[in-house]
Ligand binder design. Sequence first.
Ligand SMILES: NC(=O)c1ccc[n+]([C@@H]2O[C@H](COP(=O)([O-])OP(=O)(O)OC[C@H]3O[C@@H](n4cnc5c(N)ncnc54)[C@H](OP(=O)(O)O)[C@@H]3O)[C@@H](O)[C@H]2O)c1
Length: 257
Amino acid sequence: MDLGIAGKVALVTASSQGLGRKIAHGLAAEGVNLVLFSRSAEKLNAVAREIEQQHKVRVIAVPGDMCVAADVDRLVDTLKREFGGPDIFILNTGRPPNPMRALLDETDEARWNDGYQVQLWAAIQVSGKVVPLMLDRGWGRIIAITSASVKQPMQKHGISTIFRAGVTAYMKHLANEIGSTGVTVNCLCPGSINTVHRGSADRTPEENAARLKILPLGRLGAQEELTGVVSFFASVHSGFITGASLQVDGGMVASLY
Ligand SMILES: NC(=O)c1ccc[n+]([C@@H]2O[C@H](COP(=O)([O-])OP(=O)(O)OC[C@H]3O[C@@H](n4cnc5c(N)ncnc54)[C@H](OP(=O)(O)O)[C@@H]3O)[C@@H](O)[C@H]2O)c1
């Protein structure tokens, strides 16, 4: 299926490794030019070069922190100067503080502030500055990567669920406010996707068995099983979906909706 997005421009935040990097590869494979944004310049530049070589699209790496206003302003300047703005905005963020804890053990204010900054403020700040660049283009896709825990809270995930629920609410408001411009806004909610951090290698055998037990598919998801869905939501074929949150979680969410 032709996704109809070759030649468009996508911003992918938090893209120097992991799911952000894979999502960028998936879009580049469809002929999408990219702007990548993450803190570590060396890693981000390496990802940009590898994507350019593999997919023959234009890739600009902008090293910076989603929580730092001056860095986001620099990102916006680059988007304006090089492309006029993005057509597609993949709002990926960093991970919550580690290790995850039960809520009543989560008493450290610094961890709450960190969770808020990295997951919610980063999303609000980047959206608030980037989305205005998308509104006059007549077409656009905004896709926020949240977590399946916003639909079914998982053990020891409170510090993530609480702020990601905030991102979900922000995106729903945004979908309502900007729908008439032709820009759709949706959330994709991963759960148990096999990344460096979520792989079976960093858990005890008991933890792995318990995790697989709550997944009807009985296995972790491959990263491509998320990135393919991202590319579909970024495509011309998803045009009548906005304000939605779709879990990509091997069936973990047990409710009807
Ligand atoms: N795997 C799953 O099943 C699953 C489930 C639910 C949610 N998620 C969420 O999906 C997201 C991606 O997961 P992942 O496994 O790919 O994470 P990861 O490997 O830790 O990668 C996180 C990325 O975020 C960037 N980053 C962190 N803080 C940043 C900041 N302040 N400004 C700009 N970039 C920042 C990092 O790059 P720099 O260090 O270079 O900045 C890195 O590229 C995370 O939010 C994770 O919680 C994943």
